[in-house]
Structure formats: C-alpha cells, structure tokens
Design a protein around this ligand. Structure first.
Ligand code: IDP
Ligand code: MG
Length: 150
C-alpha cells in the first residue's frame, strides 16, 4: 500500500487527563510519522463540519459540547496504510468494549469520551484534513542530523 495521510484528534479528555504523550508515543512507535500537529479549541462550526455525518444522532449535541469544551490536539499522521493502521491502534468506538492493547481499550471507559478520533476512509481523511489544517501546516522532510558545534 502507498503512504497515506490520516486525521487524528486527541480529544479534550485525552488532553485533560495528561495522556497526549502516551498516545502520541503509540502512533510513533508503530512507525507513523507526525507531519502536522497543533493544539486548538475548535469552534462549534468546525466541530459541526467534522461530525456532519452524525448531525441527526441523539448524542450529537453532547458530542459537540464535549469536543469544543477545551483544547484538543489535531494531528496528521503519514505512513503505509495509515488510515487503517491508526484505526486499529485506536480500537472500537465504545471504549468499554475496545480490546486491551488499543488506546481506547487501555485508557477509556466511555463511548462518548473515547479519547481519540481517526479518519475511517481515504475520502474522510481528505475531507477532515481540510477542516483541521486549513492553514496548510503539514510538512515533513527527512534530513541528516545536524550537530551544533561547541
Ligand atoms: P468512531 O470515532 O469510532 O469513528 P463514530 O461512530 O464515527 O465512532 O462516532 C463518532 C464519535 O461520536 C465517537 O467517537 C464518540 O465520541 C461519539 N459517539 C458515537 N456513538 C455514541 C453514542 O452512542 N453515545 C455517545 N457518543 C457517541
Ligand atoms: Mg467515525
């Protein structure tokens, strides 16, 4: 499979609980590269766009309040089959049922507050990356280590 890019959100519960480093480490250790990263409090408009497919669901209002409640980390991860690989690391939507060894399975106890979002298809990844990285801040270049003298 060719390299893909996927949109990951470390949701407000992950940030509030101090799990950002732990979760980032799992993605990095797997071999996915961080090519975009920022901490923001999304606007309601931005969150509504992101979760548009769920607009008619009963949990939508509480999902919106949750996701806009405090800072989250938006990430663009890149690598072979990044979309599926990230979803596998994240685990099932309901963290109470997610397998041990997955992020949700190891750290979550809720279906709504489930720590992480990951795009579920190439089309979703393209759509979602355009919502969160409107400033185009996605970049990564491999360079040889540069040593500072002295
Ligand atoms: P996903 O994040 O695993 O792709 P989706 O079904 O796309 O799961 O749902 C989007 C998000 O909406 C979930 O991650 C979760 O935060 C929230 N959510 C989904 N289903 C429920 C529910 O039944 N109750 C409360 N929140 C839910
Ligand atoms: Mg989804």
């Amino acid at each position: 499979m060719p390299a893909q890019r996927t949109l990951i959100l470390l949701k407000p519960d992950a940030v509030q609980r101090g799990l950002v480093g732990e979760i980032l480490a799992r993605f990095e250790r797997k071999g996915l590269r961080i090519v975009g990263l920022k901490q923001i409090v999304p606007t309601t408009e931005q969150a509504t766009k992101h979760y548009a497919e769920h607009a008619q669901r009963p949990f939508f209002p509480s999902l919106l309040s949750f996701i806009t409640s405090s800072p989250l980390i938006a990430l663009c991860l890149e690598g072979d089959s990044a979309i599926t690989v990230a979803r596998t690391l994240i685990g099932a939507t309901d963290a109470r049922l997610a397998a041990p060894g997955t992020i949700r399975g190891d750290f979550g106890l809720s279906k709504g507050n489930n720590l992480v979002h990951g795009s579920d298809s190439p089309e979703a990844a393209e759509r979602e990356l355009a919502i969160w990285f409107t400033d185009g801040l996605i970049t990564w270049t491999k360079v040889d280590t540069v040593w500072v003298e002295g």
